[in-house]
Every structure is written in structure tokens, then in C-alpha cells.
Design a protein around this ligand. Sequence first.
Ligand code: FAD
Length: 477
Amino acid sequence: MANLILFWHRRDLRVTDNLGLSYAQSKGHSLVGCFCFDPDILNREDIAPVRLQYLLGCLQELQDNYQKLNHPFLLLQGKPEQVIPNLARDLGVMEVVWNRDVEPYSQLRDRRVTEGLKEKGIEVTTFWDQLLVAPEAIRTQTGNPYTVYTPFWKNWQGKQKLDPAAHLQPGGGFFEGQQNALEQVNVIPLPSLKDWGYSESEELVIIPGERAAQEQLQKFGDRSLEFYEQQRNTPSIEGTSKLSAALKLGAIGIRRVWQTTQQAIRKSTSDKSRQNIQTWQQELAWREFYQHVLYHFPELADGPYREPFKHFPWQNNPQHFQAWCEGKTGYPIVDAAMRQLNTTGWMHNRCRMIVASFLTKDLIINWQWGESYFMQHLIDGDLAANNGGWQWSASSGMDAKPLRIFNPSSQAQKFDPKAKYIRQWLPELKSVEAKDLVTGDIPPLVRQACHYPLPIVDHNQQQREFKQRYKQVKENL
Ligand code: FAD
């Protein structure tokens, strides 16, 4: 059966501004969309139920959108290297299209799927949809991939960026033979979180789906974008876009997001607001930087980039790790942040940096423990961004500055001076004065009365200890 094209959705769960999908439709043939639940991803230890719930919500809307536009959408289950080539063969498609990904597992999987399709004589076409600039399209003057953000940003910002891709248009129905083939295929209904043994959160911190992501972008663009620089570090206010989950699973297209920033710059009336918008563009560039480095250095997924951290003598105290996970370290800003994560599946960026520094530099615990805990809880958990954020905080990654140690008390004084955020997430401390909450100087008897723990370590002492260990490791290199 000729003239059928299959589009395989992975982390691009939308019908608007989707490069691969828009190409697939431009071929003028009948189009079938699909998504495959891959057991190798679902059975990973670092899966977060809240992220799965977000995924299922996005798939529900994607399925509805396909239906409205009169294109079939098939949900499948199994190893993609078997499922996709077999589906393509059974449907008799001439070409399979998808958008590429940077993760090592995805690259391996896609090579296998490509081989399976080629063996069957089926054409494969792929696109870089989730990035504004493809990893191969940007190099240093010596022709190498970038390993430092600032020069990357300077080059990246000058690269041409595409306009949003054309939306999926209504389909024209199928021939009888095509319809029969579609009915023979082994598809599954959309599962629920319960089918996988997880319980659902009543209300997700981020509403899933393409429509919600577009509304969120619009709201952020209208209200907060031009104040981003001033507001982005205050965890008690909604000063950031909260688009990370949508960008992770592709509920929104990155070209659409970039276009919003360009339009905002054109409309802006002051240098200050243009600067704010550019600061947000720099965050989008951080996202791309981490994806590029993971693409070029896949070994980052498995361990530290910098030599001193390859054999670092971490203390790795399991009780300390447990206290960190539960938000019971006795450091209010750290505990508030961990409780936000545990309760909602999201944490403010400033707080992600604070808790990551605390785990690695104050508790002297291997950053990979924290990386994994984050992946088990974050709605936006993403290998490239999470690994990048953790290696940055641990000083083990691609960053010139070797030792970045945050003082929890100065961080709280600077970014949560009235302790609004701390009070929101540590209600047991609501009667304690703000100045004591931010400095962490809460008398032991008050802590006891509030059922709040004593600090599990001393920041200054641990800081010295960390530096000492680092010095020794460097000397032994
Ligand atoms: P905004 O401030 O509105 O930024 C816009 C978008 O830019 C974000 O949605 C995100 O896609 C991207 N972005 C912003 N900052 C960064 C950054 N530092 N690195 C990479 N991309 C960035 N982000 C994730 O998406 N998934 C993760 O698993 C993740 N883990 C992190 C772990 C640590 C230890 C740290 C320090 C940071 C991590 N980040 C991660 C980056 C950042 O904290 C989140 O992207 C951000 O808080 C999401 O909120 P937002 O959408 O409101 O961001």
C-alpha cells in the first residue's frame, strides 16, 4: 500500500511547530502518528510518577488533536526497534519520520530502529526539532564542540533560528486498504498511572498538554518576561516561565518560544526590559548548551567530566542523605526547597542550586545520588539539564570555576529575605522570626518546640573539609 507516511512522536507531543510532523504532512500523503511506550524507559529506576502523569496528560491531548484533525494516532508498547519497523511493514508505509534526541540511549535506539527499517526497504527522515541550533552546527574556532557556556552563548545567539513550523492540517481520510491495515495493527488504549502501579497526584503543578503550554507561554510573556532578571531568583514569586516540563516533553515548540522572545524585544521600550528578555534567552541557551555537551560527550551521563572528581573521596553518609531527601537537615532554605520538590515535583532554579551545593559541598555526598533523586521526583526531569545542573553545582562538570560553594544562610538572606518561601514550605516554623529563619540561627529550644531538627552538619567546618579533600585529590593527580 503506497502513499502512507508514519510519524513517530517521542518528546515532541504536539501538532503545532513540530518540524518532523510538518515535513511528514508536506509530502502530501496520508499520515499516521504513533507513540511507543518503551519498557527500557518505563522500567528505569529514576522514573518520576509525576513526570509520567504529565506525559499521559500530553498524550491524551495529542490523541484528541489527531482525532479532531482526522489523522489516525496509534499507541503501541514494546521495544521500538521491533515495534516501529513491524508497524511500518504492516501498514505498508513508504517513509518513517521522527525528531532526533541527544540522549545516549535515544541515539542507540534510533540507530537500531533505522537499521530495522532500512532492512525492510523503508525510508527514514529525521530532524533536529527540540533545539534551535543543531549540535553539529556550532563549533569553536578550532572546530571542537564547546565546553564552556559563555563563548557558546556568543556564537549560538548569532546563529539563524527557524520560524515556527506549520501546524498539522486536517487529513483527507484513507483508502479502504489503508483503513483495513490500520485496523489490523496491535494498538493499546491510553494507560492510566494506576496501570503502572503508581497513584496520581490530584493536581499537577504544571498542567499537561499543548494548549496549557501555549497559555503558560502567553501568560509569562505578558506578565513576567520583561521583569525576568529582577524576579527570577526569588523563589517565593512566580517570576519564571514554568515551561521546563513542556520543553522537556515537547508540549511546546522551541521556535514558538523563541519567536515570543523576539516579538517581546521588538515591542520593548527600554534597554532594561530588553536586557531582561535577553537574560531569559540565555536560559534557553543553557538548555541547548547542556544538550549539545551531552550529545558530544555522552560519557557525562555516567560520571564526572573533570579529573579530580573521578576518584573523589565522598563522605556519602546515608543518614545525611536521608535527611536531605526528606527536607530535615536543619537548614531552613534547604529543607523548604526539598519539601517543595517532594510535594509538587518542581523546584525553583535558585533552590535547585542551593540544595545541590549543600548535598555536595556541605554533606560531601556524591552528586550522582542527588541527580538520581531529582530524576525520581521532578516533573521536568531531563537527563541533559539535570546532569548539567548537578555537575555545575558539584564543580565536576564543564565549567571553568572549580569550587563553587553556596552558603545556605547568605543565599536565604539574599533571595528570601522575608522568609516567605521558607514559611510556605516549613509551616512548623511559621512562628519563628524571619531573620532567624534566613540566617538559620534558630535556638535549639525553639527548634525542639517546633519539632524542627538541629543542623545535621556545620557549614563552615564541612566547607573546610571539602576544600581539604579537593586539595589532596588534586595533589595526587
Ligand atoms: P525559566 O527560568 O523560565 O527558564 C526557561 C527554560 O530554560 C526552562 O524551562 C528550561 O527549559 C531552560 N533552563 C533554564 N535554566 C536552565 C538551566 N540552568 N539548565 C538547563 N536549562 C535551563 N531543568 C530541567 O528542565 N530539567 C531538569 O531535570 C533540571 N534539573 C536541574 C538540576 C539542578 C541541580 C539545577 C541547578 C538545575 C536544573 N534544571 C533542570 C535547570 C532549571 O532549574 C530549570 O530548567 C528551571 O528551574 C525550570 O523552571 P522554569 O521553566 O520556570 O525556568
